[in-house]
Design a protein around this ligand. Structure first.
Ligand code: CTP
Ligand code: CA
Length: 228
C-alpha cells in the first residue's frame, strides 16, 4: 500500500540507486563476492517509484526482480557500478548507495582458468582496493543529494556517523549486520537514519519492518530532508 501523503513526493525528480553485491573476477570462472540479496535497494527503488520519481537502478547480480518502470542497469564489478553511476550523475537528484560493493578485487585477472599446482598447499591472492562509488559521487562537481548505507557489526551508530562525515554524505542508513535474523539476506530490516543538522547529529530509527515498509519510511525521510 502507498501512503496517500507519499504520491508526488518526488515527482519530476530522478533517484539513482545502487543495489546488490558486486563480483570481482579472479579468472574466467571464479569471483569474489558477498551475500547481499539486493532486497533493500530494490525496495527503495519501488518506494521511489511510488513517490513519483524516475528511478535508475544499478544492480549487481541478484535473484530479485526489478520493479516495473525502473531503468535497470545490470553490472558485475565495482568499476562497472562506478561507471554506470557516473554516466547518470548529471540527471540524478538523489543518489542512494545500497550496494554491498566488494572493497577489494584481485589485482590481476587470470585470462585462463587457474590450475591447481601439485604440492601447492597455500595460494596467496593479491587484492587491490576498489574505488569508493558513493564517496566519488559525493565529491563530484555535479554532486546530487547523496545517501549511503553503513553495514556494521559493532558500534553501529558511531562508525556510521564517521562514514557520514568522511564520505561527505547528506544522510546515512546504519545497518547492524551482526544480527542474522534481519538485514543482509532477510526480508526484514532494522536501521537508523543519521544526518547532520546545524552541525548536530540527528537520527531516526523506524520500527523493525518488512523491507518494503521500511523503504517507504526511509524515502519519506530522505525526501523531506532533500526538499529542505
Ligand atoms: N560503498 C561504495 N563503494 C565502495 C564501498 C562502499 O559506494 N567501494 C558504499 C556502500 O554502498 C555504502 C557505503 O559505501 O553505501 C558504506 O559501505 P560500507 O561497506 O559500510 O563501508 P566501507 O567504506 O566500505 O568501510 P568498511 O567496509 O571498511 O566498514
Ligand atoms: Ca565495505
Amino acid at each position: 500500500t502507498v501512503r496517500h501523503d507519499f504520491r508526488g513526493l518526488l515527482a519530476g525528480k530522478t533517484v539513482t540507486i545502487t543495489a546488490g553485491p558486486t563480483r570481482e573476477a579472479v579468472d574466467p570462472v571464479r569471483y569474489i563476492s558477498n551475500h547481499s540479496s539486493g532486497k533493500m535497494g530494490f525496495a527503495l527503488a519501488q518506494a521511489s517509484l511510488n513517490a513519483g520519481a524516475k528511478v535508475n537502478l544499478i544492480a549487481g547480480p541478484v535473484q530479485v526482480m526489478a520493479p516495473e518502470g525502473v531503468n535497470l542497469t545490470s553490472v558485475q564489478s565495482a568499476q562497472q557500478m562506478l561507471d554506470a553511476s557516473l554516466s547518470v550523475i548529471g540527471e540524478t537528484d538523489i543518489f542512494i548507495a545500497a550496494a554491498a560493493v566488494a572493497d577489494y578485487r584481485p589485482s590481476d585477472v587470470a585470462d585462463q582458468k587457474m590450475k591447481k599446482q601439485p604440492g601447492q598447499d597455500n595460494l596467496v591472492l593479491h587484492l587491490v582496493q576498489n574505488p569508493d562509488i558513493v564517496a566519488t559521487v559525493a565529491r563530484h562537481v555535479q554532486r546530487p543529494f547523496t545517501v549511503g548505507f553503513a553495514a556494521e557489526t559493532q558500534d553501529v551508530e558511531a562508525y556510521a556517523a564517521d562514514k557520514l562525515v568522511r564520505k561527505n554524505l547528506d544522510m546515512i542508513i546504519a545497518n547492524d549486520v551482526s544480527r542474522t535474523d534481519i538485514g543482509f539476506n532477510s526480508d526484514q530490516n532494522a536501521v537508523t537514519l543519521l544526518w547532520q543538522e546545524k552541525s548536530t547529529l540527528q537520527s531516526h530509527s523506524p520500527e523493525q519492518a518488512a523491507k518494503q515498509d521500511l523503504a517507504q519510511d526511509l524515502i519519506l525521510c530522505i525526501a523531506h530532508r532533500f526538499h529542505q
